[in-house]
Design a protein around this ligand. Sequence first.
Ligand code: AKG
Ligand code: FE2
Length: 299
Amino acid sequence: MKKEIKHFSVTDSIESVLQALDEDAGVIIDNVMTDDQLKNIQKEIKPYLKQAQNGQDNFTGFKTQRVGALIARSETSRDLAIHSMINQMAELFLKDHCDNFQLHFTSAINIGPGETPQILHRDRGVWGGYIPRKIETQFSAIWAVTDFTFENGATQIVPGSHKWDKDREPKPDEIAYAEMKAKSVLIYTGSVLHGGGENNSNESRLGVFLHYAPSWLRQEENQYLSCPPEIAKNFSPELRKLIGYSKGGYVLGFYTDPKDETGELESVSPSRLFNDQRDEYSRIESASELVKESLKKGI
Ligand SMILES: O=C(O)CCC(=O)C(=O)O
Ligand SMILES: [Fe+2]
């Protein structure tokens, strides 16, 4: 029997979606974007797609374009990045392995006609395979900007493969395709086998990828360069925190303003760049508690 990806709607409970994600590591939520969001995101990405080169190797695809820096470049991507249902799910999904999560990667991936299937892979491979499998590293969303069909390169997903032995390879009938209408979103995890689909149609398949990861990990897309402070200063504190202008732990990710001679901007949270005084890690109750907590988690 052909493998299928389960579909949900925005009115389904987050728990039921997460339950399916736990079982399959890939689920679709239909019709999440508004009509205006779809129209606007197409408009915002179009000028960059006009100029973008195709990939240079058989992982990035010789007929596939990638456009990054979406938080800086696309207002609608900012709204999608903080979408409340997606963020609530990301938090619940990742919370066993971190105190906070962050936006890890943004990309509009446009698979052109004639593209061959991308090699199946696990996105957690970006860290070189050093992170133990028991730690879930990514909660990832692919927002469909065009329809995703079997013919035009819908993402291949191998449901359940997050629980497989790492060397097991799927048989063709174990591969499902993330067929969905524009405005829908595919949620998948860093541990599931997946890859771009083969495009045998005359049209391109465009998806907006927004991935989330624990805030103690290095981000795949460097947000401080892709979305520098002079752009981030116009965003809400919530969005700035999500993209990384925040600390990921008591001392993790602090900065010191090299020009500061007042001593005020010594070892502070990046949120202070924007005069935001909030820093949930600024003070600890007790050093011994902090050390004890981290020991309990497994240092
Ligand atoms: O384009 C797709 O559907 C998947 C792309 C992907 O998985 C990747 O580049 O890591
Ligand atoms: Fe991938």
